[in-house]
Write a protein that binds this ligand. Structure first.
Ligand SMILES: [Zn+2]
Length: 91
């Protein structure tokens, strides 16, 4: 195994507090075409689960695809905060 050596900066990864997380679910019941009923996007899991329960009650559908998304920001270590070295491309 070969080892590529590069400078490693211990970035901290944190959830971006300025953009809230997103929860959603889609009903995937169906063989050739799925039901596709969507919960819509919500900032918490509660409303999504409520929509699922309602949909299941109305249709008997019991399988959902759930999506969760959020934004992450890389926080450089203190010694790196000076604006430098942002050039150079990713191949
Ligand atoms: Zn459905």
């Amino acid at each position: 195994m070969s080892r590529r050596v590069f400078r490693y900066f211990p970035f901290a990864i944190a959830q971006d507090a300025t953009a809230g997380p997103e929860y959603e679910a889609r009903c995937v019941v169906g063989d050739e075409s799925e039901c596709g009923a969507e919960s819509g996007t919500h900032s918490g899991p509660g409303p999504v689960e409520e929509r699922q329960r309602k949909h299941t009650q109305e249709t008997g559908h019991r399988r959902y695809r759930r999506n969760f998304g959020d934004y992450a920001v890389m926080r450089p270590p203190a010694e790196l905060v000076e604006p430098a070295g942002a050039n150079g491309g990713a191949a």
